[in-house]
Design a protein around this ligand. Sequence first.
Ligand SMILES: Cc1cc2nc3c(=O)[nH]c(=O)nc-3n(C[C@H](O)[C@H](O)[C@H](O)COP(=O)(O)O)c2cc1C
Length: 233
Amino acid sequence: MPSGTMEEVQVPAGAVDERAAIEVPAEEASAPEIEEKSRAIEEAALDAIFRAARTHDKFRDEPVSDETLNALYDLLKWGPTSANCSPARFLFLRSRAAKERLRPALSSGNREKTMAAPVTVIVAYEPRFYDRLSELYPLSADARSWFSGNEAFAGETAFRNGTLQGAYLIIAARALGLDCGPMSGFDKAKVDEEFFAYRGWKSNFLCNLGHGDPAGLGPRLPRLAFNEACEIL
Ligand SMILES: Cc1cc2nc3c(=O)[nH]c(=O)nc-3n(C[C@H](O)[C@H](O)[C@H](O)COP(=O)(O)O)c2cc1C
């Protein structure tokens, strides 16, 4: 088995792809069988997730329940990761005491809005994600060894896929009617020491969650046009 790129390690040439044999638990197999042509989601959903969704600094004084946080994870977990490695870990800070532990790590511009948000999630990743691959990727008996002896490859894989899962969190939150305020302005070393010293997770970014107050929004910033950001060959 060559090691290196994911293209090399995903499914070995000639191997039987046994994905069809993995069963989704009945209670989770809820996606309806829908025809290709009707798969596009409603315009209103596209607005809620992308076009009208904004990054919020200010949130209404409304709590976010355990049920909602569970529903959020139960959606985002279905977003794809390479070899199904699922390296992201999420620490939801909701209590006053938990928020106070975060305060010293926040940049000054992010401090007060984060302390006031109903929930702040630390989007982190597990550098030893490969210890779970025998369950998560049973298609290959040696999946763990692709990463366990190659720290650089494991680190890149954890960060890439953990970041993707952070993006899935934002999309899932918006789909559930929550608003998000993602932030990278904080001291990672302080957060890792305060929250993850004993289990080795690494912080990636923070995201405030709640029901946004539109009164806190400024004008929307532009995006690059298709021909500035994309090319079709
Ligand atoms: C990974 C990430 C890190 C960010 N870090 C910060 C931050 O530290 N402080 C802040 O005020 N905004 C931060 N932002 C917010 C962005 O500036 C904002 O999402 C962007 O301007 C788009 O705004 P819009 O969603 O309202 O169009 C961050 C956004 C992302 C996705």
